[in-house]
Every structure is written in structure tokens, then in C-alpha cells.
Ligand binder design. Structure first.
Ligand SMILES: Nc1nc2c(ncn2[C@@H]2O[C@H](COP(=O)(O)OP(=O)(O)OP(=O)(O)O)[C@@H](O)[C@H]2O)c(=O)[nH]1
Ligand SMILES: *[C@@H]1O[C@H](CO)[C@@H](O)[C@H](O)[C@H]1NC(C)=O
Length: 381
């Protein structure tokens, strides 16, 4: 019977294990970044994501792609949806090294980030505690990390370092304060990024490509409803929560709110924030639709909304000559994918949800416009 020399056997085993590590799980010598997209819903999380992608790129560490945090009616705790449910991973890799959090936790965490050695990163301590990030306190903080059975053993405070890691001095300071040898995996209790997205990170959206599932549903919907006809995509952000948010607009403060830089410009180069821009009057909306339909000669309208689709009113002002449809059952992501593909568009300048479609459209050189913009009334200036 053939019997391997014990030394050779050890060597072969090592080689095999080395090769499997090298092929599937090549470790990043610079370390890994994890974070909880713990603020807001999709639009907010997407703004943060672009910033975090740039942050990880600046530090040259692998970005672990977190699931999206969602809230379901009647459910107390947030629900975590894998990143690749909505977006492809591979296009992101053209810009920077990324991997899914599900894979990181399954394949790498047991060896490089085992329980007992997990540090939470935050700017400064949360709440009354002096010593910890309290990274799991509250919703969605707790449910997010619990999705992967993650508990934290320590906290690290990074203030006053900032997120612009393409600033070399700042990147060096991060590296000095948190050397890879000691902080191989950095898990942030919230997104290490600015909100809203910084102007220089808007273009990173080109690496966010809808998953086949979302894209196919959007395309079949368009084919079935519009065929080859051009259509106008509208976004109405008109729920009660939004109405309340817009009450905080004080034009005299002369500053941007949420995504408003997308029409006003980061330095308010194109106008001032008004309540009307945030929560436009019905009259303004209907007038704009009528003008756009006439100007573009469209026969079809797609409506995306969190609340009121205004369908009957739109049909009335277009004298039933225009087909008006929305996607059902409601899906924020399919709505956005369709808005991105529409021939023409009118969105809400202040909403970060609208902003997602606008970034995609601008990258693809598709026209964009906004409710109550440019300001035609001048009554609030
Ligand atoms: N299906 C669908 N949902 C929408 C639409 N507009 C808003 N929503 C929902 O409302 C949420 C709005 O929150 P965000 O996406 O974070 O963006 P936002 O408009 O800046 O709103 P705030 O979070 O209130 O600041 C979205 O994530 C959706 O869940 C829409 O056109 N279609
Ligand atoms: C970033 O890290 C990768 C992987 O370790 C390395 O190959 C690359 O040279 C680094 N890039 C820079 C700019 O340091």
C-alpha cells in the first residue's frame, strides 16, 4: 500500500490550504471596513453609501457591503436586505475592492474577526456613556448587527478625524491613529460619510448598477405599458412625514436641505430653498405636467410616489389623452429603476429618493427637472 511520507503529507496539506485561501479568500493586507447604514431609508442610505465607498477607497481598505436597512409596517425591528438584492457587486469592483457582508461574515470573520475581538468605531461616545459607542442600542442599530450575531467588545473613537480620506494628511492621520496591525477590521456604528452626498462623490453612482431582478422588472413594465413610446417619469414625495419635514424650511436661512443641492447647487448658485420646492402646491404640479406633456408631446406618464399618485387629476388636466400608470405592488427600487429609464422626468429637488434617479439620469445624459424649479413665483424670496 502506498504511504505518504509524513513530511510530504504536511506540505501537501499546507499547499492545498494555501491555494484555497489564495483563490477564494485572498486577504486584504490593508484591512476591512464595515458599517451600519443606520440613518434614514433608501435615499438616505444611498447618499451615505457613495461617501463610504470613497472613504474606503481613500484608506485603500476593502469595503464590506452591508445589507440595506428597511422598515416594514407592523414590524418593530428593521429588516436587513442583502446588498446584491438590488445592486450588482461586480461593477463596484471596477472602482474598489468590495465584498458582501454575508460572505465576509461566513468566510473571513471566523478567522480574522472572531467574537471577543470586535471593536465598534464611532465619532464619539453615544448618549451618556463615556466609554462605549453603544453601537447596538436602539433600532436599527441592534437588529442590524444581530442579523450576523455580532457583539462588540470594545469601542474606538475617531473624532476629530473626518471622512475625506482623499485628503492625504487626513488619510495619514487615520492610518496613524488606527494602524492595520491593531485595527485590521474597522466596524463603524454609522456610515463614515457625509450627508447629503458630497459633490465629488456623485459620479460614483455609475458603479451602482441595478441587479438583473430589479432591472428586468423595470424593463418589462416599460415594455408592457409604453411599448416604444416615450414617457414622462414623475416623482411625488407627498406623504405626511414629508409635509412635516418641509415645514422646517426657512428660506431666510439661505442653506440647502437634504438633496436640494441637486437643483440649487452646492453653493445655492441656482436659487434659494423654498417650501414650495420641498412640498409643491398641487396647482404648481399640474401646471408643470401640462406644460411638459405639451412640450415633449408624450402620450404616457409613469408616476412614482410614497403616497398620493394624483392620477385622476393628471388625467383631467391632460384631457384623458395621456396614459397614466404606476408600478404595483409598490416597490421603491423598481420605481427608481423606471424613473431612471424614463425619457423625461420631473422630481422633488429636496428628496434624496428623487436624487437617486437624478444622479443616474445625469450620468446617462438624460434630462432632469424639478417641481417648482426654477422658482417662478418669487413670492418666498
Ligand atoms: N415605492 C415608493 N416609495 C417611495 C417613493 N418616494 C418615497 N418613497 C418611500 O419613502 C422613503 C423616503 O425616504 P428616503 O429614501 O430616505 O429619502 P427622502 O425622500 O429624502 O426622505 P426622508 O428620509 O424623509 O428624508 C423611500 O425610501 C421609500 O421607502 C416612491 O416614489 N415610490
Ligand atoms: C491598495 O491596496 C492594494 C492591495 O493591497 C495594493 O495592491 C495597492 O497598491 C494599494 N494602492 C495604493 C494606492 O496604495
Amino acid at each position: 500500500m502506498f504511504c505518504l511520507n509524513p513530511i510530504l503529507q504536511v506540505l501537501l496539506t499546507c499547499l492545498a490550504c494555501y491555494m484555497s485561501v489564495a483563490s477564494d479568500l485572498e486577504l486584504d493586507p490593508n484591512g476591512y471596513i464595515l458599517y451600519c447604514p443606520c440613518m434614514g431609508r433608501f435615499g438616505n442610505q444611498a447618499e451615505h453609501f457613495l461617501g463610504v465607498l470613497a472613504f474606503a477607497h481613500g484608506l485603500n481598505k476593502t469595503l464590506v457591503l452591508p445589507p440595506w436597512v428597511e422598515y416594514r409596517p407592523g414590524q418593530r425591528e428593521s429588516v436587513q436586505v442583502p446588498f446584491d438584492t438590488y445592486f450588482k457587486v461586480e461593477p463596484l469592483q471596477q472602482y474598489h475592492r468590495v465584498m458582501l457582508m454575508e460572505e465576509f461574515m461566513r468566510d473571513l470573520a471566523p478567522t480574522i474577526w472572531p467574537p471577543g475581538s470586535r471593536t465598534a468605531f464611532c465619532y464619539k461616545s453615544r448618549h451618556n456613556s463615556e466609554v462605549t459607542c453603544n453601537a447596538k442600542e436602539g433600532n436599527p442599530f441592534g437588529p442590524f448587527w444581530n442579523t450576523f450575531n455580532i457583539d462588540f467588545d470594545e469601542s474606538a473613537f475617531y473624532g476629530p478625524l473626518h471622512y475625506d480620506t482623499h485628503d492625504e494628511v487626513n488619510a495619514e492621520n487615520w492610518a496613524k491613529k488606527f494602524p492595520v496591525s491593531k485595527y485590521y477590521v474597522m466596524a463603524f456604528s454609522g456610515a463614515p460619510a457625509s450627508f447629503p452626498v458630497r459633490e465629488e462623490h456623485i459620479d460614483l453612482q455609475k458603479y451602482l448598477i441595478w441587479s438583473d431582478n430589479i432591472n428586468n422588472k423595470a424593463e418589462s413594465f416599460i415594455r408592457e405599458n409604453f411599448g416604444n413610446d416615450e414617457f414622462l417619469g414623475l416623482h411625488f414625495r407627498n406623504g405626511e412625514d414629508w409635509k412635516r419635514a418641509c415645514e422646517h424650511v426657512i428660506p431666510s436661512e439661505r442653506r440647502n436641505m437634504f438633496a436640494s443641492a441637486q437643483c440649487l447647487g452646492y453653493y445655492l448658485d441656482h436659487g434659494q430653498l423654498t417650501k414650495e420646492l420641498c412640498y409643491p402646491h398641487e396647482k404648481t404640479i399640474l401646471k408643470q405636467i401640462k406644460e411638459e406633456v405639451k412640450k415633449r408631446k408624450v402620450k404616457a406618464i409613469f408616476v412614482a410616489t410614497d403616497s398620493d399618485d394624483m392620477k385622476a387629476k393628471i388625467m383631467k388636466i391632460t384631457k384623458k389623452k395621456v396614459k397614466v400608470v404606476k408600478y404595483e405592488p409598490a416597490s421603491p427600487h423598481i420605481d427608481l429603476a423606471i424613473l431612471g429609464k424614463a425619457d423625461y422626468h420631473i422630481g422633488n429637488c429636496v428628496s434624496t429618493f428623487s436624487a437617486f434617479a437624478v444622479r443616474e439620469r445625469r450620468i446617462n445624459d438624460k434630462p432632469v427637472s424639478f417641481w417648482a424649479f426654477p422658482d417662478m413665483s418669487h413670492d418666498e424670496l
